[in-house]
Design a binder for this molecule. Sequence first.
Ligand SMILES: Cc1ncc(COP(=O)(O)O)c(C=O)c1O
Length: 383
Amino acid sequence: MKETALRIADFKDSIFGVISRLARENQAVNLGQGFPDFDGPDWLKEIAFKKMQEGHNQYAPFHGTPNLRQEISNYYQKFYQLNYNPESEVTVTVGATEAIYVVINALINPGDEVIVLEPFYDSYVASIKMAGGIPVPVTMHAPDFSIDAKELEAAITSKTKLLILNNPHNPTGKVWTKEELISVSQLAIKNDLYLLSDEVYEFLVFDGNKHIPTATLEGMMERTITVSSAGKTFGLTGWKIGWICANQKVSHACRLVHQYVTFAVSTPMQEAVAEGLKKLSDYLPGFVELYKGKRDTFYIEMKKLGFDFPLPKGTYFMMVPIKKHTDLNDVDFAMKLIKERKVATVPPSAFYLKSAEGQGYLRFCFAKKEETLKSAIQNLNGL
Ligand SMILES: Cc1ncc(COP(=O)(O)O)c(C=O)c1O
């Protein structure tokens, strides 16, 4: 038989799948994969069921139902004073993962360079490669995971077309400051780059901090393509409803790709998410409180175990330094914890192309029930 496509020749099984399989085989508490082990809100599930009963079950318009596009546009206006025309500047996708693939394939020609800030969400590099682009890593340096503007500038060439930024940041839990965002934005403007801003954790920001969408920064509305997802915000990652907000020209290009990747997205789920977004203001305080409580408790317990690191300001991840506990690298230590301690985490070196810094860390996901977090801590006791 002939070989499969060259463009995927160096792809491996995603680290999440590998860890989850090992966690199952070893009956380990799974703090690896980034999703809650509890369900999203009942009221929203009931709305989804009602939408099915009401007959919202055939193909939706390929770029998203009018209701959902309108509600997405409304919340960007209400929360961030950003104006996106629901007709021409908002596109609904199968989660943020499809959105990322679509944006990259809509913008990138073979040979174009794309700056990825490492550690990165692993689909960025895969999507860039599938488009024939070249990922160019720039490291967010530990312990605060800041970038050096000079390093970033040095990575930009005449072939650079796009920069991908994730804020709040998976896997580090970093929330970018306004100054940091401005520094990146100025380079994007100076070098005429598009900026893909992955903001799926936009509402998981703690301690009174407020999420700053990149598109709100001066000069950035036109060149920023914002991607987000209902999965994180409503704790329903399996619904896979995401979106792209971008200017008309870029949105049109994205829609051309999207129509041939998925054509249309689940109709009843879109209609339910539209209703969910209408209730965001009432829903969010409880949501943020719930996750903040989990972060605080888990952080205190991790400190007691001797792990010393700054309190993450956003997302539901902690990037935990392991050097004090082991001479092993992240992958070997993660395997040891699964087998000997029955706790699964993600070794973050999979999220780096250039730096070895990830080998000194493990990513823990704290979007878990109280008893799950308790069991993990018990299992890690005495490490
Ligand atoms: C940074 C980041 N971007 C995108 C996604 C994908 O989101 P979705 O489940 O909506 O495809 C994730 C999921 O973990 C993520 O962490």
